[in-house]
Design a protein around this ligand. Structure first.
Ligand SMILES: [Zn+2]
Length: 266
């Protein structure tokens, strides 16, 4: 398969036009005409992931996070990002990013997160696009039966890949929960939307003290704060399976390298 063929499948699932205006998605490095046999899916384009790609002899890495979000004037191997670009080009490994266009897709990043933490049946966007009620940021879904916040937190921790920081819960652990909102990655911009939606608990990542404290004090849903990497990792298999079922003959692998910034909790 050529890289062009693979990109066509990815862009049908994750149309770049749906990415936020500040985002940088699409092909970062690589020749569209090059052959692709093995595709590695990872959250972050970092050195450990490039090493994994070389070891497995991948031809393409698909990441969620962009390498250069704010642009650059140099790819010299004098910075970690420039070094990464050198490693990839020297070894004929292409790099492709699906970021906010994967967040809002159907199925997208938050669908995979919702399933990983145990939500069942139909999922609807927490913040749907005005022109498409089935696409948008976050997802709302239901648990198969009511459980306590503490039980749900334990289930979510089990369903997500382990990270040193684990997950944190804000709210009364005995509070009953059935209706759950989730958003992969940093979801504090959706706090107000989750409250207005009347869910029992909102699970996301990167929540800060003041917004979280004020949210809980105001009688909003309970909060669960997971590791950023862990909330987006479940999407990797979803994207890989879309590629495999599209008819393109490539081998896929989901990176198990934990690239969350936090390496240890005490
Ligand atoms: Zn993210």
């Amino acid at each position: 398969m050529s890289l062009t063929n693979v990109i066509e499948v990815l862009e049908a699932a994750y149309p770049p036009a749906r990415a936020e205006s500040w985002d940088a998605v699409g092909l970062v490095s690589g020749d569209p005409a090059q052959e692709v046999r093995r595709v590695l899916f990872a959250v972050d384009p970092v050195a450990a992931v490039a090493d994994e790609a070389l070891e497995w002899e991948a031809d393409l890495i698909v990441t969620h996070h962009p390498l250069y979000l704010r642009g650059t004037t140099s790819v010299a191997a004098t910075t970690p990002k420039g070094r990464l670009i050198h490693t990839l080009i020297k070894n004929d490994v292409a790099l492709y990013t699906a970021h906010t266009n994967a967040d809002v897709a159907n199925p997208g990043v938050s669908d995979a997160l919702a399933r990983a933490v145990g939500l069942v049946d139909d999922l609807v966007p927490l913040q749907p696009f005005p022109d498409d009620p089935w696409r948008g940021l976050g997802r709302i879904g239901e648990l198969p039966s009511e459980m306590t916040l503490g039980e749900f937190a334990a289930q979510a921790a089990k369903g997500l890949p382990r990270t040193p920081g684990g997950i944190r819960v804000a709210g009364d652990l005995t509070r009953p929960v059935t209706r759950v909102a989730v958003s992969g990655g940093a979801g504090d911009s959706l706090l107000g939307t989750a409250k207005a939606a009347g869910v029992d608990v909102f699970l996301t990542a990167d929540l800060r003290h003041h917004p979280a404290s004020e949210f809980v004090e105001s009688g909003g849903p309970a909060l669960i704060d997971a590791a950023h990497w862990a909330t987006e990792w479940p999407w990797l298999e979803s994207a890989a399976s879309i590629l495999r079922s599209s008819g393109v003959t490539v081998e896929t692998r989901v990176s198990a390298t934990v690239t969350d910034a936090w390496t240890r909790g005490y």
